[in-house]
Design a protein around this ligand. Structure first.
Ligand SMILES: [Zn+2]
Length: 129
């Protein structure tokens, strides 16, 4: 006999199938997508005499920074306003895809965790706390 825990079969209800079809349709309409995040902000520099340290401050920027992970390292690239205008939809597309995938995974978890189908098996070992 196998030692690992048996996974219940994936038996979605009609509503769950409908929800899945909707998510898959949206995923199918996905556009190109850029990884990482885009942050646009104004900054202070290191020179205490600079106008960015005056009151009120005249900050530098705004600068658009695109950061992403490459081989576990954070890579940053400054984007021009033109690039921001062009790329922003691609960051939003990636965000949308992550949300859709998270929804699909959540839905699948609910199906797999569903206690009604099949009738729950008795675990051989005592319930863990
Ligand atoms: Zn400054």
């Amino acid at each position: 006999m196998s030692d690992h825990e048996e996974m219940p079969p994936v038996r979605p209800t009609k509503a769950q199938r409908t929800a899945k079809a909707r998510l898959v349709k949206e995923l199918g309409e996905a556009d190109f997508a850029l990884p990482g995040s885009l942050v646009v902000e104004s900054q202070r520099c290191g020179k205490p005499s600079c106008a960015c340290h005056h009151d009120p401050p005249k900050l530098h920027g705004p600068y658009a920074r695109w950061t992403r992970k490459v081989d576990n390292k954070t890579v940053t690239r400054l984007l021009t306003p033109e690039e921001v205008a062009e790329y922003r939809p691609l960051f939003e597309s990636a965000k949308r895809l992550r949300r859709l995938l998270a929804d699909l995974q959540q839905l699948t978890m609910e199906i797999v965790d569903a206690p009604s189908s099949p009738p729950p098996r008795r675990r051989s070992r005592a319930d863990r706390v």
